[in-house]
Design a protein around this ligand. Structure first.
Ligand code: PBG
Length: 324
């Protein structure tokens, strides 16, 4: 049908028509809020590059978790900033370390909320890499055991789901086996399967104090130029036992989300990362853009591309907007 028989504007003419034929709908059910936990009491240290986000002591983590739940968000993902770091990331898997205590507190005080944990070593190693170092290189196989121990310690503390973000090969299988052997066969793994080596993580590394002290993450995180490799990484993790496949970052990788949605049949999560958030907040502070509108539009675009779940620093504001 061609103009003038077809007029695209006809069905855009009023809010009811637009509402009736809208193809994609965002829901607070799909949102996951990241939180950063530090030791101490009544600590709420602003993260300079992420306005509205803080390093929070556990009392405040619980408050934010409650806020997220009240806004209609089903899940939070916890990151820890430990008091001490060493080459083997001991504080990543110690039973009484920061994330383990934060999990316990949230599960005790906001039990309805799903607690997901980021499983990685970079915030806990003194060198800031996501695995252990051998001869100046990140040693893949030597890191697997520590990652699995970390995931297990989270499960023991009460985590509902674990999310490995380290990009070591074989870690999903190792974590699955370790969890199963310890009686945690019901704990799902949301794998950061497709994680690109990205400049968009800059603000997060300030927040989590996890920047690598030498080199970069290019030997383990993916080359932004590659798309076929995303299918391979996702397929490998599915075979190893992943329950949800994540793509990260989101906005420069919507094509990857779309391709994965076409090719795999597991739920897909997208991580709307720190830099994506900071750029919008900076634009808002300059008075150049309307961050609130940008956030809703970008979350919608991530969902339209094929993401079932979205991890976003804007989760609370977006959920309130969606549910008001
Ligand atoms: C840990 C991890 C990172 C992010 C999530 N988990 C940082 C990194 O890989 O350097 C980034 C999240 C964000 O930028 O919001 N490996």
């Amino acid at each position: 049908m061609l103009f003038p028989d077809f007029r695209g504007r006809r069905m855009r003419a009023n809010p009811n028509f637009r509402r009736m034929i809208r193809e994609t709908r965002l829901s607070s059910d799909n949102l996951i809020l990241p939180l950063f936990a530090v030791e101490g009491k009544s600590v709420k240290t602003p993260i300079q590059s992420m306005p509205g986000h803080f390093q929070l002591s556990i009392d405040y983590i619980v408050k934010e978790a409650q806020k997220a739940k009240d806004a209609g968000i089903p899940a939070v993902i916890l990151f820890g900033i430990p008091e001490s770091k060493d080459p083997l990331a001991t504080t990543a898997y110690a039973a009484d370390s920061i994330v383990q205590k934060a999990i316990q507190a949230v599960k005790e005080q906001v039990p309805e909320l799903c607690v997901i944990t980021d499983v990685c070593l970079c915030a806990y190693t003194d060198h800031g890499h996501c695995g252990v170092i051998d001869n100046g290189e990140v040693d893949n196989d030597a890191s697997l055991d520590l990652l699995a121990k970390t995931a297990l310690s989270h499960a023991r503390a009460g985590a509902d789901m674990v999310a490995p973000s380290d990009m070591m090969d074989g870690r999903v299988a190792e974590i699955r086996q370790t969890l199963d052997e310890d009686g945690f066969s019901d704990i799902p793994i949301m794998s950061y399967a497709v994680k690109y080596s990205s400049a968009f993580y800059g603000p997060f590394r300030d927040a989590a104090e996890s920047a690598p002290q030498f080199g970069d993450r290019k030997t383990y995180q993916m080359d932004p130029a590659n798309a076929n490799e995303a299918i391979r990484e996702a397929t490998m993790d599915i075979e190893e036992g992943a329950d949800i496949i994540m793509v990260k970052p989101a906005l420069s990788y919507l094509d990857i989300i779309y391709r994965l949605k076409e090719e795999i049949d597991l739920p897909i999560a997208a991580y709307n990362v720190s830099g994506e958030y900071s750029i919008m907040m900076a634009g808002e502070m300059m008075g150049w853009v309307d961050a609130k509108a940008l956030i809703m539009e970008t979350l919608l675009s991530i969902k339209r591309a094929g993401a079932d779940l979205i991890i976003t620093y804007s989760a609370v504001d977006a959920a309130r907007e969606l549910n008001h």
